[in-house]
Design a binder for this molecule. Sequence first.
Ligand SMILES: C[S@@+](CC[C@H](N)C(=O)[O-])C[C@H]1O[C@@H](n2cnc3c(N)ncnc32)[C@H](O)[C@@H]1O
Length: 322
Amino acid sequence: MEDISKGLEPFRIPIEDTHHLGSFLLYITDSIFPDGTPVTTYEPESSSADGESDEDSTNETYTCSCVANHDDHPSVNICTVENGATCDCVSDFGNFYYMPSGNCDDHKDIDRQLLNLEALPERLPLVECSPICPCSGNCANRLTQRGVLISTTIRPSSSGVGLGLFYISTTHDDLPQGCFVSLYAGEYLTTDQARQRWSNQRVHEEGQGNHILSLKLPGKTWHIDPRFKGNIGRFLNHSCDPNCVIQIVRWGIDSLPRAAIFTKRGVRVGEELTFDYANASGSVDLAAQLDRQNVIEDGAGRTKCLCGSQKCRGWMPFDETL
Ligand SMILES: C[S@@+](CC[C@H](N)C(=O)[O-])C[C@H]1O[C@@H](n2cnc3c(N)ncnc32)[C@H](O)[C@@H]1O
């Protein structure tokens, strides 16, 4: 079977059905701007082109001095909670990753880190050491920068909603809660660009589905569109009772927010990985709001949800700003 990542991820990601890839053109491991520039090159400005204020802006690049501590902490995992006082990133923003005792899935040679979801205050973005921090690439505060380290495959979803992403393993070990699955990588769009794409698609490609994930942060919304260029994140279907959750993560405080997918409970071998599309900002607010409104009575213009869970709200969440 073909590896959808074409060797770009640490392990092969077989795809069982290449005939239903729709508009998908290119596998990328991290997001890009529509002109192909990597989002790692983003430099915040005091005001943005689409007129929204950018509260995240700063004129100073945040620098981490972890390298100064290499002598005291020769271990590669220098940026841990235990060594937090010696790492600017960890002392300022915390490190919510921990190493469980024992192995947790098929790649037993990997030191698997997990996210402590219970300890993380809701909506708080994770801040990892940045790719240019002088600590080593093996630093314990860079979990989402290492690619997809669990075994997955893409195959038709049993709920009949096209392709989906499934956890596979030869060892029959469940994935534990807090396991990093992948980023939701795609093209970063302004709100105007996202609206334009969505309206074009509705006119010319009806039925192809909406892949745009909107990250609503205070004062700023970023849209990630993996329809043409993306990673395995684009194959996770929506469930009203999902086994994964989206968590906002920054690779350095002044970087763009990325969307990272983590398991929110244990996942059995063969299970499809899903998240709640209403949860894209890392918050339970919208999902709770949809429950209160009982959107089942008001489905105009929405897609019927086929997640099949007992908690199904009836309709797919829809971003009204698009
Ligand atoms: C991000 S894609 C997910 C992957 C998609 N199934 C595929 O084959 O490419 C999102 C689209 O999948 C479909 N979808 C995902 N979850 C669904 C659900 N619970 N009910 C109905 N359609 C769903 C919708 O068409 C949605 O716009």
